[in-house]
Design a protein around this ligand. Structure first.
Ligand SMILES: [Zn+2]
Length: 85
């Protein structure tokens, strides 16, 4: 197994390790519910991102999104019976 030819000096080791320190994570508060929040991520508690809801949190919201998707798909591709008449 290959080995380094020369031993690293104390100075060189310390210079290399000067970049190994961990940085503190920037934690902010959610604007709506004030839960702790990581930057550039939607809130896990209420699903808000930049003062608007981006995540379906309850069954009512899930149903709303499903209805919207169904309406969109009908508009994009009309049923075969509608095309003939
Ligand atoms: Zn929130």
């Amino acid at each position: 197994m290959p080995l380094p030819s020369f031993r690293s000096s104390r100075s060189k080791v310390r210079r290399r390790r000067s970049h190994h320190a961990l940085k503190q994570i920037a934690v902010t508060k959610c604007a709506k519910c004030e839960a702790p929040l990581l930057p550039h991520r939607a809130c896990k508690a209420c699903g808000a991102y930049a003062d608007r809801s981006v995540k379906a949190t309850g069954m009512k919201e899930v149903e709303k999104t499903l209805v919207k998707k169904a309406k969109k798909s009908k508009k994009a591709a009309p049923a075969a019976s509608e095309v003939k008449s």
